[in-house]
Design a protein around this ligand. Structure first.
Ligand code: ZN
Length: 244
């Protein structure tokens, strides 16, 4: 089975469409949260995902839109975008966001899906091996797929030494996942933050036991124009050009 793994789409439909087209054939989609927030097309992104064979979970921006999180915890730009998004969403799509779980152990047993971290699924950023190491105690499966930081990375765990290491994911290069425990972040579809503005995603091949990261260019200027029309905060528009 080929599974398309996406995270942090952030209502960037042009990027999501490009990723889906670039991915070619796949059987299912796993989405690691933050479908909305920041970007100009929240309804269309949710509807696109709903049209696919999808397993999705909730991110902090999804919860912010639902008032499940205190918006005071967001910076002013993110807060403004969350309020704008709430005004845009249809009742049906708000209900869909409401139903998203915080954590998904998949039917394939080997994987746990989470937005932030296994310890604090909605909020914690796994940005260092030290934080990753602690989090390996908070899930049972060999592999946990996470999002939230918008930076593609794999953390490996060495239980004997209680040590975790971090490696960047290398695009187009399959990562073997048959052995060992790992936490893997595919990066962000709609707002990359690793200095590379191209959309990031991954394909999990459950037969070959590999996860392959990809990057794909999308029409950033077209997304930025939509954001300008929606009067979303200028800083959120500018950052897409730089991938931060
Ligand atoms: Zn995000």
């Amino acid at each position: 089975m080929r599974i398309l793994i996406v995270s942090d789409i952030h209502a960037n439909l042009i990027a999501l469409d490009k990723v889906i087209a670039h991915a070619g054939q796949f059987d299912r989609v796993w989405c690691l949260g933050d479908v909305v927030g920041y970007g100009p097309d929240p309804n269309a992104c949710i509807e696109k995902l709903r049209s696919l064979d999808l397993l999705s979970l909730a991110g902090n921006h999804d919860w912010a839109v639902l008032d499940k999180l205190d918006l005071e915890e967001f910076n002013p730009d993110a807060r403004r975008a969350a309020i704008w998004t709430r005004e845009q969403l249809s009742v049906r799509n708000l209900d869909w966001l409401h139903a998203l779980p915080e954590r998904v152990p998949t039917q394939l047993e080997k994987f746990t899906l989470i937005h932030g971290s296994p310890r604090y699924p909605i909020w914690e950023y796994v940005l260092t091996p030290a934080v990753a190491r602690i989090n390996f105690d908070h899930f049972d499966t060999p592999i946990c797929l996470v999002g939230h930081t918008h930076v593609p990375v794999v953390y490996r765990y060495f239980a004997d030494e209680r040590r975790a290491t971090a490696e960047s994911l290398i695009e187009n290069t399959p990562l073997a996942i048959a052995n060992g425990r790992m936490m893997i972040n595919p990066g962000s579809v709609g707002q990359p933050r690793d200095g590379d503005p191209r959309s990031a995603y991954a394909i999990l091949d459950t037969d070959a036991q590999t996860l392959t990261p990809y990057r794909v260019e999308y029409d950033i200027v077209a997304t930025q124009k939509k954001m300008e029309q929606a009067q979303l905060p200028p800083r959120l528009i500018a950052r897409l050009s730089y991938g931060w």
